[in-house]
Design a protein around this ligand. Structure first.
Ligand SMILES: [Zn+2]
Length: 302
């Protein structure tokens, strides 16, 4: 599955030495591990799920307040609402409190109940016959749990994911596909609304230069109209190189598309290729938008 925009943002921050608080570092590590867990689930789903099920991933929505669903598995009258958690250790749920290895955590079971009722409200706009089945999937390798309080959802641990997916009951295909997706999208919100993002004032602090697209090290060498990585022994040529850095700038400043100018790209790439070369590439491959003082570029719609 695709990485979500927030993980792409944090990865870009990491490469430009901008994960500069313990909170951002923790978030980056958690999200990277979480992505592995979600990918594991998606891969099993692609391989083992009955073809009638439709998987809808990484859904951020707002209905009487914001919410997020890792995955929805859809059919006409039954939806599985899946939340994946990549924890390790022993989880205990007692007196409405969640601890893992004796450390207090968010009440993920409460969160799931709230999320379920919100998804139920969205589903009700399509049909009142849709049942929502909430499932928490624990994707961590070394994970066990003990529940003293009741929870109103299924729990699946890593070693049981394959069986869970294989035994999803045979169902009728999602016949009202268009209306279902239209309704889900009606309540969708962009990721960017949920997080603080860099503002253009931070641009001077970014680490500058060209890192290898494969090993991400900065010791690349310029070689004619390409860069060469001595570790990976690979070359990357100019068009791909400029596109990659343009994409990176937009990941870093998702709320400020005007950041993508020839000068900024020239600086981000460590001034290793001339500003004119970069400008020409942008002119020929991107859409230009003129402001009074400067011109910025955006990817041409496909
Ligand atoms: Zn490399």
């Amino acid at each position: 599955m695709q990485k979500n925009e927030h993980l792409l943002y944090l990865e870009a921050l990491n490469r430009r030495d901008m994960l500069n608080t313990p909170e951002l570092n923790t978030e980056f590590n958690n999200l990277t591990k979480g992505h592995e867990g979600e990918e594991l689930f998606s891969n099993y789903f692609q391989t083992y799920a009955h073809q009638n099920w439709v998987l809808f991933e990484d859904y951020w929505f707002n209905i009487e307040g914001p919410g997020q669903a890792d995955k929805l598995i859809l059919s006409d009258n039954l939806w599985y609402l899946i939340d994946t958690k990549h924890y390790t250790g022993h989880l205990v749920y007692q007196n409405r409190t969640v601890t893992i290895n004796n450390k207090r955590y968010r009440n993920i079971f409460n969160d799931m109940e709230t999320r379920t009722s919100k998804i139920q409200q969205i589903a009700a706009q399509i049909s009142t016959n849709i049942t929502i089945k909430p499932v928490i999937v624990f994707t961590g390798n070394d994970f066990t749990y003990t529940l003293h309080d009741p929870v109103h959802m299924d729990i699946v641990i890593r070693t049981a994911i394959r069986q869970f997916i294989q035994t999803l009951p045979y169902t009728h295909p999602l016949t009202n596909h268009t209306q279902t997706l239209k309704t889900l999208n009606k309540y969708r919100t962009p990721y960017n609304k949920h997080y603080d993002r860099l503002t253009p004032e931070a641009f001077p602090q970014l680490k500058k230069g060209i890192y290898c697209p494969n090993c991400h090290k900065y010791n690349t060498r310029k070689h004619k109209s390409a860069i060469y990585c001595p570790n990976c022994q690979i070359e990357e040529h100019l068009p791909a190189l400029i596109n990659r850095h343009a994409t990176e700038l937009l990941y870093l400043f998702p709320n400020h598309p005007q950041i993508l100018t020839a000068t900024n790209l020239y600086e981000l790439m460590g001034k290793q290729f001339s500003r004119n070369t970069i400008l020409n590439h942008l002119k020929n491959n991107f859409e230009s938008i003129k402001k009074s003082q400067y011109t910025y570029y955006q990817p041409t719609p496909k």
